[in-house]
Design a protein around this ligand. Structure first.
Ligand SMILES: [Cu+2]
Length: 175
């Protein structure tokens, strides 16, 4: 019977060196997407999907709907279909798409493998109704995406007051 062989020490040293090199690899420390994506490893993290840059823009006039913007990327091998949205602290949230000055509800949204979908002013957005008054500028909320297979993905939202000129097209377009 041959004696049990131990892994050559050189392999161990090599992996230690590699770990050190990876650990030292410089990433921008204050990148906002980094902190957003860091929370996606919880129980509500759908495998293969990454969401980032989430924000909730409060209406100028209380009682109006807010808008949520974010980016979601499908890094998986299969297409997925975004089928629903929920925002913490809000009674109702819907996917909408602005088209030529009006907007239409979006019931479901397919995302191909390798594709990103950007919810941004003037295009796709989540319209948020019945806002709790706990949602204040500078605070946080949570967006949960539900997919057609029942999987969910949650991401943090930074709560902002409506400010930049790019957001003004939301005003007056709802009831
Ligand atoms: Cu809308």
């Amino acid at each position: 019977m041959p004696a049990v062989k131990f892994a050559p020490p050189i392999a161990l040293l090599a992996s230690v060196a590699m770990f050190a090199a990876l650990g030292g690899c410089g990433k921008e420390p204050d990148s906002p997407t980094e902190s957003n994506e860091a929370t996606l490893s919880g129980p509500d993290a759908k495998p293969g999907l990454a969401a980032s840059d989430g924000k909730l823009v409060l209406p100028v006039i209380a009682g109006r709907p807010a808008a949520v913007y974010f980016t979601v990327r499908n890094d998986g091998a299969e297409p997925v279909t975004l089928a629903g949205v929920h925002v913490s602290g809000a009674g109702k949230a819907e996917m909408h798409e602005s088209k030529g000055g009006s907007m239409a509800a979006v019931a479901s949204l397919p995302i191909d493998p390798g594709a990103s979908v950007v919810f941004a002013p003037g295009g796709l957005h989540v319209m948020v109704f019945e806002l709790a008054d706990t949602l204040k500028p500078g605070g946080n909320a949570e967006l949960t995406l539900t997919f057609s297979d029942g999987d969910k993905l949650s991401m943090p939202l930074r709560v902002e007051a409506m400010g930049g000129s790019g957001d003004h097209d939301m005003e007056g377009m709802h009831h």
